[in-house]
Ligand binder design. Structure first.
Ligand SMILES: NC(=O)c1ccc[n+]([C@@H]2O[C@H](COP(=O)([O-])OP(=O)(O)OC[C@H]3O[C@@H](n4cnc5c(N)ncnc54)[C@H](OP(=O)(O)O)[C@@H]3O)[C@@H](O)[C@H]2O)c1
Length: 266
């Protein structure tokens, strides 16, 4: 069923089914909250039962539209997990109207320090995981008559930080994937876009920037003068998943306070 909007369902999410990989914290969790509030049934994933349980408790009761949340343990780098996830979504909802391929990981080291296993893990989660999340969701999107896919890329695909040689390359890869998949899937009524968040304060931000003393220097690079919130990205993802963006495909939206294209006024 193609998503449409009406006056009592302005975002067009009522009774729709959306998969969010990596929904236990950060942008995935914020997006899950927003979509549940808008009436969508949401499936979130993560690798750890305790973190999934905590997210489910946090999201409990946020929907007054009877929308359902499912929290499913699935490692995006594990194709058997992705098959199991697709089966579960099929059983529970019979279709998918939207997918936010958000799960990501980062090892923030200079090129000389990157170990093979960290290289492989980054590529397996951030690139291979995104590709196969989409591939395995396709029959479910077809069952809905089409839908919208959003891939979480990063500002690092535009500017290459010294400590993110592998991470940034995986994000450039999935940015390109949104374009090729946009071409491939348009005929099936499936739109594919990416978002490129800037510095968003989440667990990953703290892992990449452990020294709080560095945060002011980071903030000063952002023309809008503040670090990003997970909710800033969730709003953009919700727009791209909704029928309000029905003529937008194969695009990237930077949600970065101007980080990659503007210069802070002195
Ligand atoms: N924060 C930033 O400044 C920033 C900027 C640009 C782009 N991004 C991207 O934004 C996305 C979300 O990150 P975040 O900043 O919101 O950080 P976060 O709070 O650390 O969230 C990461 C999420 O991904 C999940 N995840 C990690 N590896 C996974 C795997 N193999 N399988 C399934 N789920 C997995 C985590 O779940 P569990 O740990 O519970 O498994 C968690 O839910 C990532 O793709 C990241 O690269 C972040």
């Amino acid at each position: 069923m193609l998503m449409t909007h009406s006056s009592n369902d302005p975002a067009g999410f009522h009774d729709r089914a959306v998969l969010i990989t990596g929904g236990t914290s950060g942008m995935g969790l914020a997006t899950a909250r927003l979509l549940l509030e808008s009436g969508a049934h949401v499936v979130i994933t993560g690798r750890d039962d305790a973190r999934l349980g905590r997210a489910a408790r946090e999201l409990d009761g946020v929907s007054d539209h009877g929308a359902r949340l499912s929290a499913v343990r699935a490692d995006s780098a594990d194709l058997a997990d992705l098959d199991r996830l697709a089966d579960l979504v099929r059983e529970r909802h019979g279709r998918l109207d939207g997918v936010f391929a958000n799960a990501g990981t980062g090892v923030f080291q200079r090129s000389g320090e990157v170990a093979e296993q960290d290289f492989d893990r980054s590529v397996d989660v951030n690139f291979k995981g995104v590709f196969f999340t989409v591939q395995k969701a396709l029959p479910l999107l077809d069952a809905a008559g089409g839908g919208s896919i959003v891939i979480n890329a990063s500002w690092t695909l535009h500017r290459g930080p010294a400590v993110a040689p592998v991470y940034a390359a995986t994000k450039a890869a999935v940015h390109n994937l949104a374009r090729t998949l946009g071409s491939d899937l348009a005929g099936r009524g499936i739109r594919v876009n990416s978002v490129s968040p800037g510095y968003i304060v989440t667990e990953m931000f703290h892992a990449a920037n452990p020294d709080p003393a560095s945060h002011e220097a980071i903030r000063s690079q952002v023309p809008l003068g503040r670090l990003g919130r997970a909710e800033d990205v969730a709003e953009t993802v919700a727009f791209l998943l909704s029928p309000r963006s029905s003529y937008i495909t194969a695009q990237d939206i930077a949600v970065d306070g101007g980080l990659v294209t503007a210069v802070p006024a002195s």
